[in-house]
Design a protein around this ligand. Structure first.
Ligand code: FES
Length: 99
């Protein structure tokens, strides 16, 4: 099922925002013109991944204790566990995420 979470114009290059997809908090990022969506809640202690810095291109760093997650697939290059990754696309100026 598709969910409209934002307007394309509302997320600038290098930006991030938090949205709700089927009752789950999702972090949406735009890097190098591409959109990426992962769980917004860190599996360590529920830190806000949408507020994390993005390093090494596409690795988001949890702002609370530094766990890292790859925006492309939700895997962690440094810690156990992963976050869910969502399909995201733009249609008629709206950003849609598949739940
Ligand atoms: S809550 Fe994210 S690293 Fe601890």
């Amino acid at each position: 099922m598709d969910h409209v979470v934002a307007q394309d114009k509302d997320l600038a290059e290098g930006g991030a925002l938090r949205c709700s997809v089927g009752g789950k908090d999702v972090a949406l990022f735009r890097r190098n013109g591409e959109l990426y969506a992962i769980d917004a809640v860190c599996p360590h202690r529920k830190g806000p991944l949408d507020e994390g810095a993005v390093e090494d291109g596409l690795i988001v760093v949890c702002p609370w204790h530094g766990w890292r997650f790859d925006l492309r697939d939700g895997s962690s290059p440094t810690h156990p566990g992963r976050v869910r990754c969502y399909r995201v696309r733009v249609e008629d100026g709206s950003i849609l995420i598949e739940s």
